[in-house]
Design a protein around this ligand. Sequence first.
Ligand code: RTP
Ligand code: MG
Length: 143
Amino acid sequence: MAIERTFSIIKPDAVANNNIGAIYNRFETAGLKIIASKMVHLSKEQAEGFYAEHSERPFFGALVAFMTSGPIMVQTLEGENAVLAHREILGATNPAEAAEGTIRADFAKSIDENAAHGSDSVASAEREVAYFFSAEELCVRTR
Ligand code: RTP
Ligand code: MG
């Protein structure tokens, strides 16, 4: 199995609800190691750039408004098949459709405020990690 890196955001709703630790616990229980982490409050420009692929979608304005509504936690996670493993514990975009026991089923209220983000491919992960972290901020975990 390939060791991959993926990118995670704990979104403003989950930070406001004091669910940072509970969600970190899900990562670690799934075997995903946190190799970089910080709290940030996105500017409108940063949120628009991060979600640029959705700029023509009808929900784009609401998505940017939500993502700038409060601080978020951004993480780089590392582990076996990390991109898919992380998406699996995250659950479906709409928490009403998310499998039982997933992060979105347990911590999200709606499709617009859905607790967390996870990269959807290795290529997206590389772009997203680099959007928030310099190479020096990515720690080497040997154990
Ligand atoms: P994310 O990027 O945040 O991890 O979510 P995702 O891959 O599961 O979903 P994506 O298609 O990338 O959409 C990004 C965020 O936009 C909002 N959204 N709303 N109303 C809608 O139909 C709709 N579709 C997407 C969600 O908040 C989603 O997380
Ligand atoms: Mg996405």
